[in-house]
Design a protein around this ligand. Structure first.
Ligand code: PMP
Length: 408
């Protein structure tokens, strides 16, 4: 066979479901269309702005950066170390059992962790149902076996704890359990302190390694509250991995800013772990892109910029939680939204209802019924709520554009 036919072995791939929603939304001429599909934070005007502290840090970098010469495979180590204090807290950040490197976004952190686990000959990687659609491919592409455990109870819009822990009973020593650190995507659920403890006990008793994906710190209940579960878990288990994304909480999405921390059972193991992380990173991306991490470092190094970043993140978090309260009051089936956290909620509607919302009300979301709560604002939340309430077969209440609840 001639070499020219090599690429004919490749097959067509399914289109990304969310990109299809974006395309349909873009092509819709209706002026009052609502996009709750794409998973980025939006302000009240629907924009995803550059954060104020980021703008100031960028201006500083532009004026002061002296070189763009190569860094190492670890990226900007000062960035990773300062970020460890935000993510893991000062005690774990100082642990000689934990080593971390900068990665291209949270996705890069997950992939590097997956490659490390494959090198370590990990067993199966357990992911919950549902989870972020990219989780399974990331682990599979690294050659790992992915298994699914129960997690979400759609009828109660909460975690089905009995089924969750029950299905994890099939996990074997050497297996890995992927957990969302906070603001679960797509369900908005959060593990309780007792559930984090139970997971830690199970990991210790059964020889499982937790891999925590922390992609939305600060967008649920606040920076420390959102990391409390991860920190409790790491303090209790011998080994764990944490993939971190700054792309949401610093709004640096396209700059691809993340980190991977790996906790080993003993300090001496952290050395080969780190060396392996660097060797793997070298062949994956050689070194991560610098600019976004340099922005985060610049912010975290300067107390004034850091305070400005924290204040804006708190504003974002408060906006999301305000919208959550409004939506939760619309219909009994939406009440759990107030108990959930982060950008996302999974509406109790089927694909036909999602389609009807698009056709009749110009409301755009993926077929799963996942909504990005930050896609709503004072002007459209009333119309959105009324459309969802009618979908749920009830118009018990409606929200006025100003956000006040009115009996229908
Ligand atoms: N984990 C989860 C749960 C996510 O939702 C996302 C982004 N949608 C990521 C990781 C990856 O984030 P990043 O854009 O930093 O790669």
């Amino acid at each position: 066979m001639s070499g020219a036919s090599l690429l004919t072995a490749l097959e067509r791939q399914p289109a990304d479901a969310l990109l299809a929603v974006i395309g349909l939304h873009r092509a819709d001429p209706r002026p009052d269309k609502i996009d709750v599909g794409v998973g980025v934070y939006r302000d009240a005007s629907g924009a995803t702005p550059v954060m104020r502290a980021v703008k100031r840090a960028e201006a500083r970098l532009l004026a002061e950066q002296q070189s763009k010469s190569y860094l190492g495979a670890e990226g900007d180590q000062r960035y990773t170390d300062l970020l460890a204090e935000i993510a893991l807290g000062p005690d774990l950040a100082a642990s000689d059992r934990i080593t971390g490197v900068q990665t291209p976004g949270g996705t890069g952190a997950l992939r590097l962790g997956a490659e490390l686990l494959a090198r370590a000959r990990a067993g199966a990687v357990w992911v919950g149902t549902p989870t972020w659609p990219n989780h399974e491919p990331i682990f599979r592409e690294a050659g790992l076996t992915v298994r699914r455990h129960a997690y979400f109870d759609a009828s109660a819009a909460g975690i089905d704890e009995a089924a969750f822990f029950g299905s994890l009973a099939a996990a074997a020593p050497g297996d890995v359990v992927l957990l969302h650190g906070c603001c679960h995507n797509p369900t908005g659920t959060a593990l309780s302190p007792a559930q984090w403890r139970r997971l830690a006990d199970m990991a210790v008793a059964r020889g499982l390694t937790p891999f925590v994906d922390l992609a939305y710190q600060g967008l649920g209940q606040g920076l420390d509250a959102d990391a409390a579960g991860v920190r409790r878990l790491l303090s209790a288990v011998p080994e764990a991995l944490v993939a971190y994304s700054c792309d949401k909480n610093f709004a640096l999405y396209r700059d691809r800013v993340g980190a991977l921390w790996v906790q080993s059972a003993m300090p001496q193991t952290a050395v080969p772990v780190r060396e392996t992380m660097l060797v793997l990173a070298r062949s994956l991306w050689s070194m991560p892109p610098d600019h976004g991490a340099a922005i985060v470092r610049t912010i975290l190094e300067d107390p004034e910029l850091a305070a400005e970043w924290r204040a804006e993140l708190e504003e974002m978090c408060a906006r999301i939680n305000g919208l959550r309260s409004l939506l939760a009051a619309v219909h009994p089936a939406l009440a759990p939204i107030a108990r959930q956290q982060g950008l996302f909620a999974l509406l109790p509607i089927d694909g036909a209802a999602v389609e009807e919302l698009r056709a009749e009300h110009a409301i755009y979301m993926p077929a799963s019924g996942r909504i990005n709560i930050a896609g709503l604002n004072a002007d459209n939340v009333g119309r959105f709520a009324a459309a969802i309430a009618s979908c749920l077969g009830d118009t018990a209440a409606a929200v006025t554009p100003g956000g006040t609840l009115l009996p229908a």
